[in-house]
Design a protein. Sequence first.
Lengths: 123, 249
Amino acid sequence: MTDAATRRAQEFASALSDVPVESTSRNFTWAKLGLVVQIVGVAMTLIALVLSQTTSNPLEQSTCISLGLSGLALVGLGGALFLRYSFGQFLRFWLLRLSAELQHSTGTTAPTASANIPRGSDR
Amino acid sequence: MNAAAHDVTVDAVLGLRGVSAGYDSVEILHGLDLQVRAGEVLAVLGPNGAGKSTLLHLLAGLLPPTAGDLIIGGRRMNGADPTELARRGLCLIPEGRGMFPNLTVEENLWLLTNRGGSRSQVEAQAYARFPRLGERRKQLAGSMSGGEQQMLALARAITTDPAVLLLDELSMGLAPLIVDQLYESVAAIAATGVTVVVVEQFVRSVTHIATRGVVLVGGRFILEGALADLSHQLHTAYLTGTTDEEPTA
């Protein structure tokens, strides 16, 4: 084993020290969180709507308006989170698919990647 | 027989301990043990359908093991995100060359700047190793010859400065002379301390660069050792899935 190899191996091992294992994708977690935040936002808005119908007190209605607006803000935030982290995944897949299709149409070999390992391909 | 059976030690850059893997319910690799030491060039040989590409996907983190431990950098890394592994220096050049055919050579290299290097640095490194790519810089990668496409794929390996390089059948569909030239480049990369695992069907392609070889047949390692020794037994191993020492009945 050369010094260069040892140094590289040590650098590699140290770079890997903070890589999480046995975990679901971070993107997936954020996308799920976005979905949950959206649902909470919709629920808050609906609750505000129902509450506002049951009172004629302007102070309580102001509270309902605040609650409803907060709910709508959460829907917006959750939607943004969901789109950001689900679209990232989708666009990567779409890019790979586009590339594979173009390669197929030009008669060259398609690259393989995690998203497009075909079943029954050469193992 | 599991020819490569041994404990994975801490200085193993890559290792497998009783690893099985497959696609859905179909198990392709069965209880593999392997260790690849720092700076080593390991050749994985085997016939079509032996599980060689699956093994590389497993080592790159693209395919999670269904049993056993995948060791990378001395640490158990089952289920690690392959993107994170790639960012930290695990480079896979897949079968099929792994470049974008609808982009020019320059644009393909441009994509490699995501690891921090500038465009001019990446291009300078690539063209210094492969002057032919410099001549073809404005050409669509898909319109180049197979050897040139493979050079572009290897340029990725040089410019991203990997610690581990996984190569899947570099020689596929190429003339022997071109294959020799490409493996000279691989040897130059390995000489800088990069650990290399190369999958090949034919031992001739890797004779000059591999320090050790393992033979994979039917998802199991059946031979391990110096390439010169393995080459005499490959015929029997590929045809029968056993070694010369074992009765084939």
